[in-house]
Write a protein that binds this ligand. Sequence first.
Ligand code: S6P
Length: 597
Amino acid sequence: MDHLKQSCYELSLPVTEKCNPISRDIDRAHSKQMVQILKQCDAEIFEKKINHDPFYQRLHSSPVIQTMVDVAKGVEMMLRDPEESLIVLSGCGTSGRIAFLLVKSFNEMLNAQRQKQICSYIIAGGDRALLTSQEAPEDDPVLGARMLDKVCAGKKYVLFIGISCGMSAPFVAGQLDFCLNHLDVFTPVLLGFNPVHMARSELIQDCSFHFKDVAERMTAEQRHKRAFVLNPVLGAEAISGSSRMKGGSATKIILETVLLAGYEASFRDKIMTPECMSAWITASEMVYETTYSHSDELAALIQKAGESLQMKAHVYYLGWQTLGIIGMTDASECIPTYGADFGDIRGFINNGFSEMKNKEGDLSSLGPEFIIGHKDFVDTILPSLSQNDMILFLFTVNDDLHEVTMLANQLRQRTFNLHAIAHDLEKFTIPERVCNMFETVLNITWPFSSEKDNSLVTRQHWELSTKLCLNAISTGAHVLKGKVYMNYMIDLRVTNSKLYRRAINILQRFTGCSKTECESALLRAIYSTDDLAEDMTSADVRKHTDVANRRERVVPTALVMIQCSCIYAEAQRHLDCYSVIRDAVNACLNSIKSTVD
Ligand code: S6P
C-alpha cells in the first residue's frame, strides 16, 4: 500500500483509533525499549501540543480547564443539596471500571466526613463487567438510558458524566440523549478524547441518532452551560485503539480533579480556579514522571510477565485495597484487547467483594472468573501454582504489612517467582525485610505531606502509578507473546460494533483493499465459509459480532484470505503452521511483498 493511500486512510480515523508513530515498532522492541516507547506515548497526555495536530485542545488548554471548572461547580451544587441530588458516572469496559473506582473512593471520602454518599456508577453489562469482558451491552443505547433512568429515580438534580474515550459507545450516547431530553433534571457531561467532529457518525442500530449527533447537541447546549463536553486530545494509543491505556488514565486524572475540586468548594469554601485545576493535573504529571523513572524495574517486570505468558503460564496480581481493583481492571481488559484467556492474567483483592463494595455485592456464585479474594487465590490457585507463574504483589506502606508478609511467605513455599510494586512515603518506608521477600521490587518512595486530606490524593497517585505500571506490564507481556503486529492488536475479539469497524480498518490498513472487500473477507472468516449466504450478508452487526465472539483468529484469517487470495480452509492451514500470530501475519504479508518484488 503506497504511503499516500495509507496516510489518507489514517487521516480518516479519529485520534483514538489512529496508529501512534511512536510505537510503530513496539512489536520488535525488547522490554527496556518498550518502557521508553510507552513512556513517550503516555507523555502525550500532558503535552501542550502534538506536532502534527497543533489545533486540537489538550488537557492543559484553557477551554478544557475552564470546562473542568464548570463541571466542578456542578459537583459543588450537587454536594450542597445532597437530599435531592445525584452525581452519576457511567461508561463501558474500562470507562465503566474507572467510573466504579472513582465513585467508590469519592463516596468513602464523603462517608468519612459524615456526608451523604451521593455518587453512583453505571457500567454497561452490570457489575459482572467490572471483572469480565462484556462488550455487547456497549451497543445498546436503550439499555443505557433505562439504567440511568432507574438509578436517578426520584432525584431532582442529576449531574451525569458519560465517559466514552472514543466518543463512540451507543450505550453512553443513549444516556446523553436521555439527559438532553430532560435538561430540567439532568446536567450531562461527555468525557472523551476526540474532537467532536470525529465522534462516531455511524448509525446506531434501532436508533434515530448517532454519537456525533449527540456530541453536537451537547456542544450547542454548552453555550448555555446546560451541558458540557470535556474532550482533550491525548494522541493515539500505544496499541491502536486500546483506550484502556491513555484514555483510562486521563479519565481518572480529569474526574478525580473535578470531584475533589467540587468537594473542596462545597465543604472548605475553597474557590475553584483554573490555576488549581492545572496544578492538580501537573501533580499527576509528576506521578507519571516518577513512575517511569523506575524504568529498569518496570522492564524487568515486563520481561518476567512476558516469559510466563510465552510458557503458557499465568500472571497473578495480588493487590490490596484499591490497588487490587487496579489489578483486576488491568487483568480483565486483556481478554477483549488481546483475545486472552481469563486465566492468563488475573487479579485478586484482599477480602474479595467486601473490599470491592460494588452495588450488586458478592458475585462469586457466577463462576470462576468471579473468585477474587486472596483467600480464594490460596485455596484454588496455590495448590496448582507452577514456577513459571508470575505473582505480582501490589501494596503500599498503609496496608497491613504483616498480612503482606504472611501471604508472601506462604507463596514462597511453592515459588520464588514473586515480585512487587510497592509504594511508600519519605518518612514511612516499607521495611527492607518486606522488600527482600520479592525477586523484583518496584518500590516508589513518594514525598510526604502532612496536609489534611492528603491521604486521598496520595492514594489516587499510587493508583495512577500502579495503573501505568500494570498497563505497561500486560501490554509488554502480550507483545512479547507475539500478539501484536507493529502496533496493532491484529487478533482482537470482534465482539461489538466498534471492534467490528476496527477489524475492517485493520484489514484495509494492511491490504489496501476497499472497505467492501475487507468486510466481505471478515464475514467469510466470521461465518467460516467461502460462500456468504444471503442471510449472512443481510444480518446486522449484532448478529455478526455474536457469531464472531465464538470464533478464534477471525481477523488474521480474513487477512490471509485477502493477501493470499485463498479460501477459508487454506487460510486456516497457513495460520496453523505458526504458534505465534505475529509470525503468521508477518509471513503472509512478506510472501506477498516478495512475489511483487
Ligand atoms: C479498551 C477497552 C474497552 C473500552 C470500551 C469502552 O482498551 O478494552 O473495554 O474501554 O470499549 O470504550 P469507550 O471508547 O466508549 O470508552
